[in-house]
Design a protein around this ligand. Structure first.
Ligand code: AMP
Ligand code: GLY
Length: 425
């Protein structure tokens, strides 16, 4: 490995974001006991227990704050700042950044860009059409004979831009619901073939040339076990996933991951970060549902605790375009994450409830939407806590996670009681 700056050059570590994912990233870094300061922008109440929270909310606020901080190692959590070019801005200031360029972040911020990219390189994905106005889309739905059909806003929509319409009425309903927003057609609406199968989240760390797999994780997107309940940011996760055979993994590698990374290189996209590929395992092989240019939430909260690696060294190398090893060690542990969300989530989360986690029996509690008011922990949004149990096996991790959930006082919270149930044999 050439040209890697020594870790002593790090003047501080900054993680951008404010959710349980960022709490978990910072927790992983803190296990290495780094010598310099650890910052989060803007962070949350749980992060504030061990990092300095910086009240910087936009890429330019963050860049302004970072100007005189020496050489920071920056790990970008969410997609929005990446789509706004925060990685380019901070790299331009000489910081070492884990996160793709704005141009590469279009793999997530424009589903149209991602689809064209996949089609150019023959990467398997659902067939699609694009519509730039409601009349055309409505006309298409009126003559469509094959249902269900997936309708997706091409732009970033905070997880609210996808509808799996089981019939024409549901499709028309989605168009009507989105019609109030004048920008909804700016980057188009995609109508996609509905894929059938089992979903899995595959994350790789890549420098745009080589890549390593992170452990496979399974997330739970629906609010509860009812498959028709609302889609959420994610209500739980477990890792590792053992239901994919080695042939299936090889197929994912051969038909999707390698071609995607080669295509990134071919198009000269600057990529030093995480690529999260949402996959559907169909009877016709794995197909891409979506790309995300960052770690999944709550997948991160289970992937980080099961990997016993020096996270700071990995991020530091990746930010400079290197992978520390060509393979991650196999996880020796399993982890189960249960998200405790506010009443009303995802439609209208009730905020302001007091939360007491002090009676939680050990284990990891990553904070999402929390604030501290006069020393009291309060919920300030939808996904409030991600409670993680870690064990030698999945069943022990699951038991630990639910034992912690039972001990946390958070009246009227919602959580799923079936996380990792099907992963246990
Ligand atoms: P996306 O934001 O594109 O990942 O979509 C969110 C969720 O919608 C996915 O995790 C799937 O559960 C579902 N979904 C998206 N696209 C499709 C598709 N083409 N076929 C079936 N389900 C889909
Ligand atoms: N867990 C889904 C996501 O992070 O997009």
């Amino acid at each position: 490995m050439t040209g890697l700056l020594p870790q002593s050059k790090i003047s501080g570590i900054l993680v951008i974001g404010q959710g349980a994912r960022e709490h978990a990233i910072l927790w992983g870094i803190s296990q290495d006991a780094p010598s310099g300061p650890i910052y989060a922008a803007p962070g949350n109440a749980g992060i504030a227990d061990f990092a300095i929270c910086v009240p910087a909310y936009t890429p330019s606020d963050i860049a302004r704050w970072a100007e005189d901080k020496g050489c920071l190692l920056v790990v970008v959590g969410p997609e929005d700042p990446l789509a706004q070019g925060v990685a380019d801005m901070l790299r331009g200031q000489g910081h070492v950044v884990v996160g793709p360029s704005q141009q590469a972040a279009r793999l997530e911020s424009s589903k149209t860009f991602a689809k064209r990219f996949m089609n150019r390189y023959g990467i398997p994905t659902a067939s699609w059409k694009i519509f730039y106005n409601p009349d055309e889309l409505q006309k298409f739905l009126m003559t469509r004979e094959i249902w269900p059909l997936v309708l997706k806003q091409s732009r970033l929509a905070q997880g609210k831009g996808v509808v799996v319409a089981t019939d024409r009425d549901e499709g028309l309903e989605a168009i009507a619901r989105w019609s109030g927003d004048p920008h909804v057609y700016d980057d188009g609406i995609l109508a996609e073939e509905c894929l059938v199968g089992r979903e899995v989240s595959v994350h790789i760390l890549t420098n745009g040339k080589d890549y390593v797999w992170l452990p496979l994780a399974q997330d739970y997107k629906r609010l509860n076990a009812d498959p028709h309940s609302p889609n959420t940011g994610g209500m739980g996760a477990y890792a590792p996933v053992d239901w994919l055979s080695s042939q299936e993994r090889k197929k994912i590698d051969d038909t999707i991951l390698r071609p995607v990374v080669q295509a990134i290189a071919q198009e000269s996209l600057l990529y030093r970060g995480i690529l999260y590929v949402g996959l559907m395992m169909t009877s016709d092989g794995p197909k891409v549902l979506e790309f995300n240019v960052r770690l999944g939430d709550p997948e991160t909260e289970v992937m980080i605790p099961v990997l016993n690696i020096p996270w700071t060294a990995w991020w530091w190398a990746l930010g400079q375009g290197h992978l520390l090893e060509m393979r991650m060690p196999d996880p020796e542990k399993a982890a189960v994450a249960v998200v405790m969300a506010s009443e009303g989530y995802p439609r209208q989360p009730v905020t302001g409830q007091f939360v007491d986690i002090d009676s939680s029996p050990g284990g990891l509690v990553f904070h999402g939407a929390t604030v501290r008011d006069n020393g009291h922990l309060q919920a300030k949004g939808g996904r409030v806590l991600t409670v993680v149990g870690v064990g030698s096996q999945l069943d022990a991790a699951r038991e630990q996670s639910y034992r912690q959930v039972a001990a946390i006082r958070f009246p009227q919270s919602q959580y799923r009681d079936d996380i990792a149930r099907e992963g246990i044999h």
